[in-house]
Design a protein around this ligand. Structure first.
Ligand code: ZN
Length: 131
């Protein structure tokens, strides 16, 4: 069953993790819209096996947030990608490292029925989903 949330402040990954712990979510799909600032997004460079981070301080419209919640090391693990619109309506996007909610984010979390766990994959250098 899906639930709609309005998040008013704080760091977004931490806020989603708190909801996952409180609601005992083990696997879910996440969708969101709203606004963010002080954002760090990343692009995974496969040849170097590491994320290249990009910091954006300005306020941007969160035109699309999508991701999931799984379990890693017995704790909720939030994996989220975002598309963000700047003042001139150009859009940037990527793997979300961190962001401050401003002024709010509207989020839908829909629990899934299967068990989904993440494990670190040495070959890829990433936390990979096993669902
Ligand atoms: Zn990602």
């Amino acid at each position: 069953m899906a639930k709609l949330y309005k998040l008013d402040s704080g760091e977004i990954i931490e806020s989603i993790t708190k909801i996952a712990k409180k609601e005992r979510i083990k696997a879910a799909s996440i969708l969101g819209i709203g606004g963010l600032r002080d954002v760090t997004i990343a692009y995974y460079n496969h040849s170097q096996r590491k994320y290249e981070e990009n910091k954006l301080e300005e306020f941007m419209e969160l035109t699309s947030l999508s991701g999931n919640i799984s379990i890693k090391d017995r704790e909720p693990f939030v994996h989220v990608h975002v598309n963000l619109a700047k003042k001139d309506n150009t859009v940037v996007g990527g793997h979300l490292i961190r962001a401050e909610i401003f002024p709010f984010v509207e989020l839908v979390i829909e629990k899934t029925t299967n068990k989904a766990e993440r494990f670190f994959d040495e070959n890829l250098g990433l936390n990979v989903l096993k669902a």
